[in-house]
Ligand binder design. Structure first.
Ligand code: NAD
Length: 520
């Protein structure tokens, strides 16, 4: 097995940043360099505040990047109270824009760039847009040291490794590179926890002696903290396909229970009771059976569509249609919810205010890609409301305003410009005088549980058991669509109390300044 001294991760996004940080954190003797073509992103990774919010991420980055003494991490047993202080360590995590240099220095190169759905040309609407991945493959082919192990971390179509091998052969004929597939299964909002305690790590390689040695080298990196029985090695095509299938099957469960929710609403059955009853069956299990407004995020939809495209290109029309229906049902669930809200408001929003609580695609993340909230806002806007108030505990309001403007095609979108959208810095203000409050993400503070903050968030990220100890807010909204003054007062106090603990996180710092008098 080759000695690994330097790992280069290309792509400093939601996957590359946290994955590289945890690898560096757990392998203090290995230098891990994250490179990206976006200098702003790299600057932010080098600052005190990472460009993305994930519970516990800032702490892990600080420890690995700065060798910080002050930080502490929760114990493996997940006991937040007994978090052990760290002694200083040599910094081994770096962020850089010097892509070719660090690719050239590394024994292992992880490629973690974006692979969205293609929106024009052949396969538009379902095929994967490989522009970024191909560009990086070209750079790696030119600059990687002979014998380097190149790893697909991005989610890519099945048989991408073959295309990579061909690209490498064109650029560097006669030089041997091993290509591995190592898809990432982390979920936004629990990325650090998922990386520290993965259900499994999957490594696909060619079934050759050199392929197996390369897989073993990568396995030894994860072996620093992941039990060996959780590191699965397969052939490279199985590994590539398994990632698409995992996301498609998770999404399929959500669409299945949402289709049942529609039946429940017409029959008097309660979908939560049905889901609980069904979930007790060990063959089915109780995860991903929560009915709601459908899934969002950058991955589920694009990965199902990639599976649809793969099926179509293999001539498997019935298979393609089966999986496409998961996306169709998801859109139906979201639209059914919005139309129900409009119906409850006498089929008109003229002169009315509607509040959307939650803008990210789920709780504890600032990731807003493919967020259902945005589609809901768009549909509500068509009804000509007086105001659409938006609040999200993890998203920066300034960024939200810009993003909403862009996504709605510019023009007069915000209230300050004569439009209807107002982005709030506290839930209390957003809900004031509203005709309807729509809870569009499962943030704890919109329900019955208090949010995780500061050190508690880091502890929970690193320790699933610690989550159970979080006390439950005694005063949830009795009726979220029509909060009473007491409900709102409790929520307000609650947000203020938690704000102080969040002071280290700029993404959440605006929490600390809700304007009580003007909004009570
Ligand atoms: P992202 O958009 O957050 O980050 C991608 C980064 O790659 C960006 O910072 C971009 O600047 C950089 N990049 C693009 N082209 C580049 C180039 N030529 N050279 C250098 N840098 C370049 O994407 P992400 O969410 O981190 O996703 C990355 C991959 O991981 C995707 O394939 C995705 O499907 C997969 N994935 C994502 C998640 C998730 O929760 N976001 C989970 C599992 C897997």
């Amino acid at each position: 097995i080759p000695t690994i001294r330097t790992i280069c991760c290309v792509g400093a996004g939601y996957v590359g940043g946290p994955t590289a940080a945890v690898i560096a954190f757990q392998n203090p003797h290995i230098r891990v360099v994250v490179v990206d073509k976006d200098p702003v992103r790299i600057r932010r990774w080098n600052s005190r505040h990472p460009p993305i919010y994930e519970p516990g991420l800032a702490e892990i980055v600080r420890i690995a990047r700065d060798g910080s003494r002050e930080c502490s991490v929760p114990t493996a047993a997940g006991d937040a109270a007994a978090a052990t202080p760290l002694s200083s360590r040599t910094p081994n995590l770096m962020f850089s824009t010097d892509i070719s240099r660090w690719i050239g220095e590394a024994e292992i190169v992880l490629i973690a760039v974006n692979t969205p759905t293609k929106y024009r040309g052949a396969g538009a609407g379902s095929a994967t847009d490989m522009t970024a991945f191909e560009a990086v493959t070209g750079e790696v082919a030119q600059h990687a040291r002979p014998g380097a192990i190149i790893v697909e971390k991005s989610t890519v179509p099945c048989r991408t490794a073959q295309l990579m091998q061909e690209t490498m052969a064109v650029h560097r004929p006669g030089v041997h590179f091993e290509i591995l597939s190592n898809p990432e299964f982390l979920a936004a909002g629990t990325a650090v926890n998922d990386l520290l305690y993965p259900d499994r790590v999957l490594i696909g390689s060619l079934p050759t002696p050199t392929g197996r040695i390369a897989a073993e080298a990568l396995a030894s990196i994860y072996g620093a903290w992941v039990p060996r029985n959780k590191i699965l090695t397969t052939n490279v095509w199985s590994s590539e396909l398994a990632k698409l299938v995992a996301n498609s099957m998770l999404a399929q469960r959500i669409s299945s229970i949402n289709s049942i929710a529609a039946i429940c609403e017409r029959t008097g059955a309660d979908v939560d009771e049905v889901a609980a009853s069904v979930g007790y069956d060990a063959r089915i299990g109780n995860k991903f059976l929560k009915a709601g407004i459908g899934f969002g995020g950058s991955c589920f939809k694009k990965d199902i569509l990639s599976l649809v495209y793969l099926s179509e290109s293999l001539g498997l029309e019935e298979v393609a249609e089966y999986w496409r229906q998961v996306v169709t049902m998801n859109e139906y669930a979201r639209d059914r919810f919005t139309h129900r809200v409009v119906k409850c408001l006498n089929n008109t929003l003229r002169g009315k205010k509607a509040t959307v609580l939650g803008y990210a695609f789920k709780k504890n993340t600032s990731d807003t890609r493919e967020s259902p909230a945005l589609e809901i806002i768009k549909t509500l806007l068509e009804e000509g409301p007086r105001e659409i108030a938006v609040f999200d505990p993890c998203c920066n309001p300034v960024v939200m305003r810009e993003e909403i403007k862009q996504l709605l095609g510019g023009g007069r979108v915000l209230r300050s410009e004569g439009g209807s959208i107002e982005v709030y810095t506290d839930a209390y203000g957003a809900c004031a005088e509203s005709n309807a409050v729509l809870i569009t993400t499962d943030f704890d503070e919109f329900g019955s549980k208090p949010p995780l903050t500061g050190g508690a968030a880091a502890a929970a990220a690193a320790a699933p058991a610690a989550k159970k100890k979080v006390p439950v807010d005694p005063r949830p909204f009795a009726n979220p669509a029509k909060p009473s003054e007491n409900d709102l007062l409790a929520l307000h106090k609650y947000l203020i109390n938690t704000a102080a603990q969040q002071a280290t996180d700029p993404m959440q710092r605006y929490h600390a300044e809700p304007d009580c008098d003007s909004t009570c």
